[in-house]
Write a protein that binds this ligand. Structure first.
Ligand code: CUA
Length: 158
């Protein structure tokens, strides 16, 4: 079969691109510990404030691991300030009372969508103490740009 030179060139160029894209996905999954949500838990978005899973908000710890419960709404996170220890696993549990929001802790790999009707959960470790900005990175309405919070990562107490 006679395939013209340019046809071959484009076939190989497409093949190289596909391999390059797949490589970035695998590198992201393994190297950067990125992962698709593996946890599906639903909630009635109109009853979040009375749901026992969300009545105690903020950070709680059992000494080994910390759980942070947070509600996203137009246009705030409740609570807006969260304190967690450095170097220990922190599990975030989030939901929305209205529309889809984002929850991104700038400068870390913590970043999830917060979708009404679902509980977003992920676990991460913050190795470095400091203050981190939390932003909503899904456009959620007129006040989207002011929707922010603060994460304070404290030196772990022995
Ligand atoms: Cu909430 Cu943008």
């Amino acid at each position: 079969m006679n395939v013209p030179f340019y046809e071959k060139l484009w076939m190989w160029a497409s093949a190289v691109l596909i391999v390059a894209f797949l490589t970035t996905i695998v590198a992201g999954l393994t190297g950067s510990a990125l992962q698709p949500p593996s946890h599906v838990e639903t909630i009635d978005p109109t009853k979040v404030w009375n749901d026992p899973r969300f009545t105690t908000r903020g950070a709680t710890t059992d000494g080994q691991r910390t759980t942070v419960v947070n509600v996203a709404m137009m246009f705030a996170f409740e609570p807006a300030e969260i304190r967690v220890p450095a170097g220990q696993p922190v599990t975030f549990r989030l939901t929305s009372t209205d529309v889809t929001h984002g929850f991104q802790i700038v400068g870390t790999n913590a970043n999830t969508m917060v979708v009404p009707g679902y509980i977003s959960q992920f676990t991460t470790v913050f190795p470095l103490p400091g203050e981190y900005l939390i932003v909503c990175n899904e456009y959620c309405g007129l006040g989207h740009h002011v929707m922010a919070g603060k994460l304070i990562v404290e030196e772990a107490r022995p």
